[in-house]
Design a protein around this ligand. Structure first.
Ligand SMILES: Cc1cc2nc3c(=O)[nH]c(=O)nc-3n(C[C@H](O)[C@H](O)[C@H](O)COP(=O)(O)O)c2cc1C
Length: 277
């Protein structure tokens, strides 16, 4: 699935022309082509997916690295339209959740290890610590991203749904999650509608995120100003509301009122069985 005839074009789209290299990279691969052409797709058709797809995506997900081999994640595949409608309502009414034929809800899952301890009468106190929750979230995110890239490699569209964390306890009840299992985010998967005009969205200039040998924030403000200009041009082209990246991100970070209910996440995580010691 190559959308770009050459790496320079791929990099130009990803960085809105703010190039991390002065010439074409000496090394390139079809996988890089695929990764650099990622865009979230919110225009998905309801067309059913091949029955082999789900086990294939999960095999890709299970091929991701996992902290100490713990495999502290699970995934619920939702295809039932009534359940998708209820999940969409919990996620602020996002229509692609209803329209996509498949929603994968990725879970931080410490219940499996806890159950093993109980059955073997062995202590599993380490599961009570914040470290275990973090490990489970990291494992689930790596697995999900492998599945997302696998779906994209097959020409399908994906979009993550973090808004499932607006109401984690209700999502957990909907999916019948046991204690010590937390829904981190969803992933809509489906065929891309012909009308979809989503383009590759430019990222921050590389000098903002890449530090050589030690962290160095010098020049960040100037680079962000450049990025703000570039994203305004991108948004105008995409007919999106004209707001700089800085203004948009600062709006999201303003305070609890801008967090769609996620300001109470620590309470929700604890309520779902993670003491976070
Ligand atoms: C963990 C996570 C949660 C996200 N949640 C949502 C969401 O609830 N709704 C949505 O439309 N997009 C969601 N997104 C997609 C981001 O908005 C998108 O990745 C970002 O704007 C960059 O655009 P791109 O993926 O097209 O490059 C989420 C992405 C991630 C990684």
């Amino acid at each position: 699935m190559s959308s770009y005839p050459d790496p320079i074009q791929a990099l130009r789209a990803r960085y809105a022309g703010d190039m991390p290299l002065e010439r074409a990279p000496r090394t390139w691969s079809p996988a890089l082509d695929l990764l650099l052409s990622h865009r979230s797709v919110r225009d998905l058709t309801g067309e059913p997916l091949d029955a082999d797809l789900l086990p294939t995506l999960v095999a890709a997900a299970q091929s991701a690295s996992t902290s100490s081999g713990l495999q502290t994640w699970s995934v619920v595949a939702v295809e039932d339209s009534a359940r998708k409608t209820r999940l969409a309502a919990l996620a602020g009414g996002q229509r692609h959740i209803v329209e996509a034929p498949l929603i994968l809800v990725w879970l931080a899952d410490l219940a499996r290890l806890h159950g093993m301890g109980e059955r073997g009468a062995k202590p599993t106190e380490a599961l009570d610590y914040t470290e275990a929750f973090l490990v489970a979230c990291i494992d689930a995110a790596l697995a999900a991203q492998n599945a997302a890239v696998a779906a994209e490699s097959l020409g399908l569209g994906v979009v993550y749904i973090g808004a499932l964390r607006n109401h984690p306890e209700t999502v957990a009840a909907e999916l019948k999650l046991p204690a010590r299992v937390f829904p981190i985010f969803g992933l809509c998967v489906g065929r891309i509608d012909e009308s979809c005009e989503a383009a590759v969205k430019p990222r921050l200039p590389q000098d903002v995120v890449l530090h050589r040998e030690a962290y160095d924030a010098e020049g960040v403000a100037a680079s962000i100003a450049r990025y703000d200009e570039a994203t305004l041009a991108f948004k105008a082209q995409q007919k999106m509301p004209l707001q700089t990246w800085s203004a948009q991100m600062l709006g999201r970070m303003a305070g609890p009122a801008s967090m769609s209910g996620r300001d109470r996440l620590k309470d929700a995580i604890r309520a779902l069985g993670f003491p976070l010691r």
